[in-house]
Design a protein around this ligand. Structure first.
Ligand code: 5GP
Length: 180
């Protein structure tokens, strides 16, 4: 696996510090409120697991699964719900927990979807952000680490289903996805 990596872009230590900061802020902002964390599968599960352990107030959590890029490295712009959450978010605060905001299409769609379910609020928390790639305007209330326009793997993020288990955010050797 290590031979496929070009470089470590964000180390596990830097990720840990950012997650601590986000968890602290979320704990303060939602104190006394009923909060539901909604992790976006598959990529968001690693971040969700780390983030929720940095949150010091009681929270509920659930997972939603949306279509990914498959083996491609660019977004198709098509968002498909594969598995919805099971819990009712009416009169609750929803915080969508995502690995990375790229074009913003996935989160715009998810925010609109949850807003139709009578929540008290719907906000977004992301581990990584590529603002230079945005296609739609979207507010990210709990923004993670800003990264350049590079295809990244690790910390939950895959390439063709692999590398999600890398503890750091890395770039992949271009020869592996640009075969021409
Ligand atoms: P968006 O809808 O914002 O374009 O895309 C969001 C999703 O696309 C992310 O949650 C992630 O799953 C995937 N994605 C975007 N950029 C990358 C990337 O550089 N690497 C990987 N592995 N997935 C990405």
């Amino acid at each position: 696996m290590q031979k496929d990596i070009e470089e470590v872009l964000i180390s596990r230590e830097v990720l840990r510090e950012k997650i601590k900061e986000l968890g602290k802020k979320i704990s303060e902002d939602y104190k006394g409120k009923e909060l539901v964390l909604v992790g976006v599968l598959k990529g968001g599960f690693v971040f969700l697991a780390d983030l929720m352990r940095e949150i010091t107030i009681p929270v509920d959590m659930d997972l939603i699964s949306v279509s990914s890029y498959g083996a491609a490295t660019k977004s198709s712009g098509v968002v498909r719900i594969i598995k919805d959450i099971d819990i009712n978010v009416t009169n609750k605060h929803v915080l969508i927990v995502e690995d990375l905001v790229d074009t913003g299409l996935t989160l715009k769609h998810l925010k609109e979807l949850f807003n139709t379910r009578g929540p008290l609020s719907v906000k977004i928390c992301t581990a990584l952000d590529k603002p230079s790639r945005r296609k739609v305007e979207i507010e990210v209330e709990y923004d993670g680490i800003i990264i350049p326009d590079k295809f990244v793997i690790g910390y939950g993020l895959d390439y063709a289903g692999k590398y999600r288990n890398l503890p750091d955010v890395c770039t992949l050797k271009e020869s592996l996805y640009n075969k021409n």
